[in-house]
Design a protein around this ligand. Structure first.
Ligand code: ZN
Ligand code: MN
Length: 246
């Protein structure tokens, strides 16, 4: 199911009949306990699970994304956070869609793991639609597919802070403990929070809107069990979306 592991003949025979899944991530700080690649690792994990159930094909993930913002990813000042300009990201996605289309791909699932990518993925698909009128595409943020009913359980004792603030915190830590436990520094998991979270953006960002650790909420509430529940329910939800829309 992974395009990079297929031969060209296997790819040729599969691409026309498959939902093509593009995981979209970033290279971005995720606190002292998670690696820079979290936003790509998670949607790649979901992409493999979904592809198994719908006979899909998974393209190599985008491992860079749009600029990390202070109140949703910690912002640009952390070593390692390496981001793309919006135009670069739009054209990166558009190039991949165009060439996959040339090979016969017509159904696309853009599976996003990085909060800041959404507008640019939308623009890429909008531009793609102008020239490829017989395609269908869906953009999915994995966190948007967490069932409402699961929220009280996942955030028990901590409270739900909103998905933008849930960075390097409960859900990402839990899902990483399930998908890639070897990448989680378990002795370094902490809770943290910004001193204030303004409902506007300022440039350059003021230091007190970003916790020094890069953890934007309470990571110690993350567990592998929560990760397993999140992965199973989100996978089911994405499979339903694919069946309904693609
Ligand atoms: Zn993340
Ligand atoms: Mn991110």
């Amino acid at each position: 199911m992974l395009a990079e592991q297929m031969t060209w003949m296997e790819y040729r025979d599969k691409v026309k009949h498959s939902v093509v899944i593009l995981p979209m991530g970033s290279l971005e700080q995720h606190g002292p306990h998670l690696p820079l690649g979290v936003d790509a690792v998670i949607p790649t994990g979901f992409a493999k699970k979904v592809a198994e159930k719908i006979d899909g094909m998974v393209l190599p993930a985008l491992t860079y994304g749009y600029k990390s913002q202070p109140t949703s990813g910690g912002g640009p000042l952390f070593p390692g956070t390496t981001s793309l300009d919006g135009e670069t990201l739009i054209h990166l996605i558009l190039d991949i869609l165009r060439d996959t289309y040339r090979h016969g791909g017509r159904k696309f699932l853009l599976l996003n793991g990085h909060y800041e990518n959404v507008a640019f993925a939308t623009e890429a698909v909008e531009l793609f639609l102008r020239e490829a009128r017989d395609i269908k595409a869906v953009i999915v943020n994995w966190w948007d597919q967490v069932p409402e009913a699961l929220i009280p359980e996942i955030f028990a004792g901590a409270g739900f802070p909103g998905w933008d603030t849930e960075h390097a915190a409960i859900t990402e830590t839990s899902v990483m403990l399930f998908f890639a436990p070897e990448l989680v520094r378990k002795d370094k998991i902490i809770d943290d929070q910004a001193k204030r979270i303004p409902k506007y953006s300022m440039f350059p960002p003021s230091k007190d809107i970003v916790p020094e650790s890069g953890v934007l909420y309470k990571a110690t509430y993350g567990t592998r069990e929560k990760g397993e529940k999140l992965v199973n329910s989100v996978t089911d939800a994405i499979v339903e979306i694919v069946k309904k829309e693609l």
